[in-house]
Design a protein around this ligand. Sequence first.
Ligand code: GTP
Ligand code: MG
Length: 370
Amino acid sequence: SGPLSVGEFAKLLRKEASEVIRKLIPIGVMATINQEIDVDTMTLVAEEFGVTVIYKEEFDESNIEEIEEVDEKENLQERPPVVTIMGHVDHGKTTLLDKIRSTNVTSGEAGGITQHIGAYQVEISGKKITFLDTPGHAAFTTMRARGAEVTDITILVVAADDGVMPQTIEAINHAKAANVPIIVAVNKMDKLDANPDRIKQQLTEYGLVPEDWGGDTIFVPVSAINGEGMEDLLEMILLVSEVQELKANPDKRARGVVIEAELDKGRGAVATVLIQNGTLKVGDGIVAGNYFGKIRAMINDHGRRVKVAPPSMPVEILGLPDVPSAGDPFMVFDDEKKARAIADKRNQKQREEERGAKTRVTLDDLFKQI
Ligand code: GTP
Ligand code: MG
């Protein structure tokens, strides 16, 4: 952390510059408002005001989620939206995901659908959409807590025969906190007691006002059982994603997030990852969570081996020595030695944190009032 001028320092302390200048005199520093003072001096003065100075950490390369790489505009290309489905228990999230998937596979691929799917892609009129299955909101919450926002659009599923329930509200709060646009899928429209107007009424109280009532929230009546409204829903997803102008740079090392991971008896550690930027390739050396490994193989959502995975694509990766956690970031490194060191450091830090050691100071936390 470099020096600050007296004026800048005073602003951080929420004091007048003149007050700071006055505190500087007894420690032998005669300063003007524009003069720079060093960190030791700042510490002394801050203590006078009853403020503890916490030093900004040197940039730590093992915080791979914080490594920022700016992409030149000309290297950016459109990428598919990443969509999560949220909603109350039994309102039809899984049925909806299954329906979308089963009605949007080409015949050649049908046999390739694996039973368990953490994430998949479908193609609608030449455009891809990535769907994430995040059970119990857990992965979503963890990822957000770690600052790894992966969702571009949330589909809020509300059963038309049941209405707004606690987890519906929870989902709305999650999406709002993450600033993710919501599309409401009013599900179970095939039921005799379906009452979509009541859902609209209820959701209006949470700020989700339907377009036909003068608001800007898209409501799509659907039935995950008979497929009604499914095409409209997919079209609306594409519409919303177009407005977002989602872009990524496919011509660089990949980074992204672990969606789920497990230990497979035959294949070892298997992680489903979502590529957020760059392109992941077989043979790449990656740090995923606290582990370094070389990608031995990648398997797409149809159970087929692939050699490359571009932005927004979910793939299973093999080659990690151990199982990372859902929500962990991953990143490709060219320098294997460095990557191993970073993985070791991440591992060590996690163990320290588990032991209750002091957690890292964030960049904004240079000064903290006691
Ligand atoms: P959790 O994962 O437990 O939170 O539930 P979910 O939201 O994934 O609901 P799920 O898809 O498991 O559906 C719950 C029940 O509702 C099942 O019995 C489904 O068959 C039924 N269901 C889902 N969608 C529809 C629909 O559009 N119409 C009718 N009639 N039933 C539906
Ligand atoms: Mg479910």
